[in-house]
Design a protein around this ligand. Sequence first.
Ligand SMILES: NC(=O)c1ccc[n+]([C@@H]2O[C@H](COP(=O)([O-])OP(=O)(O)OC[C@H]3O[C@@H](n4cnc5c(N)ncnc54)[C@H](O)[C@@H]3O)[C@@H](O)[C@H]2O)c1
Length: 418
Amino acid sequence: MADTFSGTVAVVGLGYIGLPTAVVLATRDIDVIGVDIDPRIVSAVSRGEVPFAEPDLVVSLAGAVAMGTLSATDTVPLADAYIIAVPTPFNADHTADLSYVRRATEQIAPQLRGGEIVVLESTSPPGTTESVSRWLSELRPDLRLPHTDEGLPDIHIAHCPERVLPGRIMIEMITNDRVVGGITPLCAQRAASIYRVFCQGEICLTDAASAEMAKLVENAYRDINIAFANELSYVSDELELDVWEVIRLANRHPRVNILSPGPGVGGHCIAVDPWFIVGASPGSAKLIRTAREINDSKPNYVAQQVIETCTRFKNPTVACLGLTFKANVDDIRESPALHVVELIAKALPDVELLLADPFVHEVPDTLAGYESVRTARCRDAIAAADIVVELVDHDQFRSLSRSLLAGKVVYDTRGVWR
Ligand SMILES: NC(=O)c1ccc[n+]([C@@H]2O[C@H](COP(=O)([O-])OP(=O)(O)OC[C@H]3O[C@@H](n4cnc5c(N)ncnc54)[C@H](O)[C@@H]3O)[C@@H](O)[C@H]2O)c1
């Protein structure tokens, strides 16, 4: 019978992925020690407070800390299993920046005694999990690592990518199917025992590189489909057609389901992960690269439309609705909406820009130098504006009365008012 893990887990990196993972394990009676290099995160988690907005996490985190099954520290402790959930951004040339994974591995290495499981959850290019094994063997030549010792290694290393949707992380972490790719089949088995503690979906065992690639492919698939919708928006504008109407009609076909265009693709997954495939196979991944380029071009296209419209007004006021990278979250990292606003502010520093986002209450750092940029309540921003640019499909914007928009130039990039 498949075994279920018992022991202590150290989760290295307490961000959007690591913290919910730590909490889900800790609320199922596993002793979890969360590790983060950011002292503000360590102190917030130690107080039982969530450092970012995610539904249902607040109560579970407070409960786990109060029960004593979850604690936080800045130092990697002794543990029976290590889950690495640190960032994997890309470099200026779009290659993966694995320095965080490397650093986390270096912190784990001195604590290993033999028998531990090390799981890489960070989204990574194919071969990264094996690199973790190689780095550990350099740092700990006394241990047998699975990339060289398939028989019975001292440490079991696997990749278990995360595919949760921000805003639904606490539900999806439990209900989604999970891919667990081991450097050896035994590594996959051992790592899967951790996920059996809480995962109600199917746990699919495979090799590490296939698991790494599967995660990247999921996000490249999404990116390509969004790029198709965004390309249709370019074509429709050129042909003076309403892209939303075209897509609505095409989707009446029983086997067609075109996604919605938008101001671009953001976040730290869909806008990043396809580049790891391009980096791994630059000659073959042509469609994936083109989709990235189409989606990356969209913020500039939207900003140029607004900038040109501004020239038709004497002292225009622009209401920018939404700054986050997607609806109903507070995360502005890699946000195309924020990028649109930055482009407008840079091109027209004197134009008054009113930023309204129910999840962002301060002017983001990248816009702090612009005196004409300030935050406002949504209705106030629209009332004061000549031009309204809808950038994120937050529920609050969808429910706004259309009558508020009368007499304004409206750019509804997400189609929320259709
Ligand atoms: N956020 C998502 O929706 C999502 C979904 C699927 C996969 N992922 C992947 O999960 C990984 C983590 O993403 P995230 O969104 O949780 O990132 P995040 O930036 O929210 O959190 C990462 C945390 O790691 C900490 N950290 C960095 N280096 C560290 C170290 N050496 N030791 C301890 N802590 C360290 C940072 O301080 C930060 O708190 C990334 O590879 C990302 O691509 C994210």
